[in-house]
Ligand binder design. Structure first.
Ligand code: NAD
Length: 478
């Protein structure tokens, strides 16, 4: 018996949760349920997180959380409960299988069977943003080695457990050589530990185009957070319907399972909604808690129900579907099919021990880190980089000189182009003369000197070599 936490959510949430629980219980799921209240009511009672402190205690105690969609009220500074839950519980992996059910559900991609593995905690979603000048705002893209190692390893372990043949990595490391570069590098390192699984890397733009056009070329696809956010919806939609996909959010100790769609408030209380997305989430949960036989039984009964043409309104199609049913009747049809397999769609067979247990991250020996320069970011309202360089020549201190100015990453001094458009946000690179390293005291002197000259430094970034290799971007055109 496994104790799980359940939240019925808002809108269509309670109906699809009741249907889902009825199906998995009828299939023999050995679960005990603690129900908590999250979402709209909690938000509107004045809790901007949408969840009470006591509910966190229940989630953390049970470690397994099945959550129906919730409604986040518009405006008023309400925080997304999904994002908060993922971050608080360290749910680093978001897994979203996208399978086409052709010809029973319409899709342009009849043989699609792709699993998107999205990094769930880092990247631009750290939400660290600042306005720095009148014209420029910034969002920090943070990618960490442990973050990359965990998600990439998870993708390969997932492929291994579910008998998948290939793991593809999507990044934009031709442009973001440090951040996406690290993700790609870790992918290459970890891929070597799984010689039996094919691996490949695509630049995200052409990879995304290929995924949308020829999804049958992909199997498991792993990517950083933002790309995964976008492409997991694309993949679910082109498989047939976002209403049919479930997702798992996995952490080292806790996990959350859900449908990918929202609370569809307009359909609430009408016994119309399709419970399939949440049911798919529940099947992943059953695998996670090692009730694989129940998971298998539910999935095969669900496939048979879809194949029998028993469809809710969202996937109902004249000529293909046989019977339009409501939420409850759909669940009853799945229950009556328990123990049966689909005839045309491929039935599933899950291996025991589906919960993926990753080895703990171990920190590597620190690299040799050398300070070789500093970028001062300056807010300046002028337009001529040559003029700014003159002002900054007064900021230079003994043996530490201005070496380059860029604007939005493009080198504008020395030898810039007049045509380059410049904002009020300038990156001014200072380096020590000769082969000497820079000291932190020299950075402080530079900042004092800038302040004395009336130069508005909005932030600094230190330039390092790690194990002798430059670990910062050059100016474009440098
Ligand atoms: P939505 O997914 O709720 O609805 C989009 C469309 O799909 C609607 O036409 C809806 O009727 C239909 N639809 C969705 N699920 C369906 C189902 N199971 N069966 C049949 N039709 C279904 O997206 P939205 O309208 O943008 O958002 C509504 C609310 O849901 C918002 O408050 C949003 O914040 C919230 N939301 C919650 C989650 C979550 O809790 N995981 C995710 C997305 C959106």
């Amino acid at each position: 018996m496994t104790r799980i936490t359940v939240a019925k959510g808002d809108g269509i949430g309670p109906e699809i949760m009741d249907a889902t629980l009825a199906v998995i219980k009828a299939a023999g799921a050995k679960i005990e349920i603690d129900e908590i209240e999250v979402g709209e009511k909690v938000y509107l009672a004045g809790n901007t997180a949408g969840i009470a402190k006591e509910s966190w205690d229940v989630i953390r105690r049970n470690k397994v959380f099945l959550k129906a969609p919730i409604t986040t009220p518009q405006g008023g500074g309400y925080k997304s409960l999904n994002v908060t839950t993922r971050k608080f519980l360290g749910l680093y992996a978001n897994i979203r299988p996208c399978i086409s059910l052709y010809p029973f559900v319409q899709t342009k991609h009849p043989v699609m069977d792709v699993v998107i593995v999205r990094e769930n905690e880092e990247d631009l979603y750290a939400g660290i943003e600042h306005q720095q000048t009148d014209e420029v705002v910034q969002c920090l893209k943070l990618i960490s080695r442990p973050g990359c190692e965990k998600i990439v390893r998870y993708a390969f372990e997932y492929a291994k457990q579910y008998g998948r043949k290939k793991v593809t990595c999507f990044t934009k490391d031709n442009i973001m050589k440090q951040t996406d570069g690290l993700f790609h590098q870790v992918f290459d390192e970890i891929a070597k530990e799984y010689p039996e699984i094919e691996n490949e890397h695509w630049i995200i733009d052409i990879g995304a185009a290929k995924l949308a056009d020829t999804p049958e070329a992909f199997d498991v696809v792993v990517m950083p957070n933002l790309y995964g956010d976008v492409l997991s919806d694309v993949a679910a939609q082109i498989a047939g319907s976002v209403g049919l996909a479930g997702s798992a959010n996995i952490g080292e100790t806790c996990a959350m399972f859900e449908a990918i769609h929202g609370s569809a408030p307009r359909r609430a209380g009408q016994n119309m909604a399709n419970p399939s997305g949440l049911l798919q989430g529940a099947i992943m949960m059953l695998n996670h808690i090692n009730q694989t036989e129940v998971a298998e039984k539910v999935q095969n009964a669900w496939l048979k129900t879809i194949e029998d043409g028993i469809h809710t309104y969202d996937i109902y199609k004249e000529g293909v579907s046989k019977q339009k049913v409501g939420t409850k009747e759909f669940a009853e049809a799945v229950i009556s099919n328990l123990g049966k397999n689909p005839a045309k769609l491929k039935s599933v067979k899950y291996e025991k021990g589906q919960a993926i247990d990753l080895k703990k991250y171990s920190r590597k020996t620190p690299a040799k880190k050398e300070l070789v320069g500093v970028d001062l970011f300056v807010h300046w309202n002028g337009f001529s980089a040559d003029e700014l360089a003159k002002i900054l020549s007064k900021v230079s201190i003994e043996k530490v000189k201005l070496s380059m100015i860029t604007n939005r990453g493009i080198k504008v001094w020395p030898e810039g182009f007049e045509e380059t458009f410049c904002t009020d946000h300038w990156r001014c690179r200072f380096k020590p003369e000769g082969d000497r390293l820079l000291t932190h005291d020299e950075i402080i002197s530079l900042l004092k000197s800038a302040s004395n000259s009336g130069v508005d430094v909005i932030k600094t970034e230190n330039l390092y070599h790690f194990d002798g290799k430059p670990a910062f971007s050059l100016g474009q055109g440098q």
